[in-house]
Design a protein around this ligand. Structure first.
Ligand code: ADP
Length: 503
């Protein structure tokens, strides 16, 4: 998982946790608030009822109370019944009257709530009645006070609210309101779920904005890391001039970039030191090598004076001097290429002639190794823009490698095809040799890079040939690459611009 994705996942997780906690908190806070509101409304209703009862009792206007009770019960379906008791607990009014049932009027209230009601109301009690118990010596109720809802014994029984019916400080009786708990709970649930739904939408919107924000933030935090990664990649490819630009980053990553740039500078200095050392040493070696070569030639001319064994020694020395000369040439050519001292004479040229001359150059050694070396460049291949001497050098390096790493009885072919919508020609050198392991392919065109397998160890080499090829092809604005795999042969390709393409 990429760092950016990890940051996004992390912030979404934290945001999700925060929103879930907020949701829980909201739910319980809202529930508490709604319950308080409900209670307030109920208390207000019972207080009003007590006032109406008082007016109705004083004015002996039963119709007024009856109408008020009807309106209440119609508007508040959660009210089960309404009643008014005198201070001794006798029914003065009951909402059953609305359906014409007057049986309770004049009877003493009984049941679990009536006794409690009288105790809570502190009404003057006549002893003997099952509801007539004096409440802890209290003889009255504060005018206008709403009595607490009576705790009901079970969930199915109604919730009872009481208020004293007062007139000039005197308790005339008790107003009683009975609520259906189920309906109350349903009302609460409906209101709660309505406001919760609204909150869920807010949470979803916050989550969406949070995801958007965290994606943007993660991309912002990731930017310097990507820059560092690009720097490491460029330096890995040997681009010592690459500098990571994080000058505005005033944190650890900015400091890391500075250290990185410093390290690259030092690596470049070391690389230059190594190149100049090689260059000087190569120059110094060239002269004695020339002398050894000259003396060897003289000895070869007088080989008649030598024994068979000595002639064998001379041949070994000659081969090694040849190799050393090749190495020195490579190092000096490389130094000249890197210093930009090589002048390219790029002009329209025939590819076939150059490729043919390389095949002829290696014909003898291919035959000696029993390798079929051929050139298969179609007649109609267009002329390409190239410095033919340098491209010849590239083909020589590629074919020499192909012959080196192809076992007896194999084949090596130089070929070409039109490429990139006919704007380029792709030239390739294909062999049936040992191939290059996939993990090594990326490094193949770097300086001094060699495959570390048995066949490469047996073949002597410097690891400079392919690097030189890349430098030359780069100077032609072309690309060079290899397709290969261990034991599968190799195809080295490079591209050259077709003559009439305007750049
Ligand atoms: P050298 O051949 O002098 O070692 P090069 O730069 O020409 O240097 O090649 C680098 C390495 O690439 C070689 O050492 C070899 O391991 C590998 N290589 C190049 N060409 C081939 C090929 N045609 N088949 C297999 N391996 C190759």
């Amino acid at each position: 998982m990429r760092i950016r994705d990890k940051l996004i996942v992390q912030s979404i997780f934290l945001l999700g946790m925060a929103l879930a906690s907020a949701d829980l908190f909201f739910y319980f806070a809202e529930k508490k608030h709604l319950l308080a509101e409900q209670e307030k409304a109920q208390k207000s209703s019972v207080t009003k009822l007590a006032r109406v009862c008082g007016e109705s009792l004083l004015g002996k206007n039963d119709i007024f109370l009856l109408n008020y009770a009807r309106t209440m019960m119609e508007n508040f379906p959660e009210i089960v019944w309404i009643a008014a008791l005198d201070p001794s607990g006798t029914y003065l009014f009951h909402s059953d009257l609305l359906s014409g049932d007057a049986r309770l009027l004049g009877k003493k209230a009984s049941g679990w709530w009536a006794r409690e009601a009288l105790i809570k109301s502190g009404s003057p009690i006549s002893s003997g009645s099952d509801v007539a118990v004096r409440a802890g010596g209290k003889s009255g109720v504060l005018p206008g006070a709403v009595l607490d809802a009576i705790k009901t014994p079970d969930i199915d029984s109604p919730r009872i609210l009481l208020a004293p019916i007062l007139s000039q400080g005197e308790v005339l009786g008790i107003a009683v309101l009975a609520y259906n708990r189920g309906v109350l709970n349903d009302n609460l649930k409906t209101t709660l779920s309505r406001s919760h739904k609204r909150f869920i939408w807010i949470i979803l919107a916050a989550l969406f904005l949070g995801i958007l924000g965290s994606t943007v933030m993660a991309a912002y935090f990731n930017r310097p890391i990507i820059k560092l990664m690009e720097g490491a990649r460029a330096i890995g490819k040997g681009d010592w001039d690459f500098r990571i630009d994080l000058a505005n980053q005033n944190d650890e990553l900015g400091m890391l970039a500075m250290e990185f740039n410093e390290m690259t500078r030092k690596l470049r200095d070391l690389d230059e030191l190594k190149d100049s050392f090689l260059h000087h040493v190569s120059h110094e070696i060239r002269n004695p090598l020339g002398a050894i070569g000259g003396y060897l030639q003289m000895m070869s001319k007088q080989s008649g004076d030598l024994t068979e064994t000595h002639r064998g020694y001379v041949e070994i020395i000659r081969k090694n001097v040849f190799r050393l000369n090749g190495l020195v040439d490579d190092v000096l050519l490389l130094a000249a290429l890197e210093a930009g001292q090589i002048r390219y004479d790029i002009r329209p040229c025939e590819l076939k002639g150059v490729a043919q001359s390389v095949v002829e150059l290696f014909a003898a050694s291919a035959k000696e190794k029993n390798i079929l070396l051929d050139c298969d460049i179609p007649r109609d291949t267009p002329m390409v823009m190239m410095d033919s001497e340098r491209i010849r050098q590239v083909l020589i390096n590629l074919v020499a490698n192909a012959l080196k790493y192809t076992p007896e009885g194999g084949g090596v072919r130089i070929g070409a095809q039109e490429w990139n919508n006919l704007s380029h020609v792709r030239v390739f050198v294909m062999d049936t040799g040992s191939g290059i392991p996939a993990e090594k392919i990326k490094m193949m065109f770097s300086k001094f890079s060699r495959v570390d397998d048995e066949s490469s160890k047996r073949m002597k080499g410097t690891g400079l040939g392919l690097y030189i090829c890349r430098q030359i092809i780069n100077a032609h604005n072309g690309s060079i690459w290899v397709e290969s795999g261990a034991g599968q042969g190799s195809i080295f390709s490079f591209t050259l611009k077709v003559r009439d393409v305007v750049s």
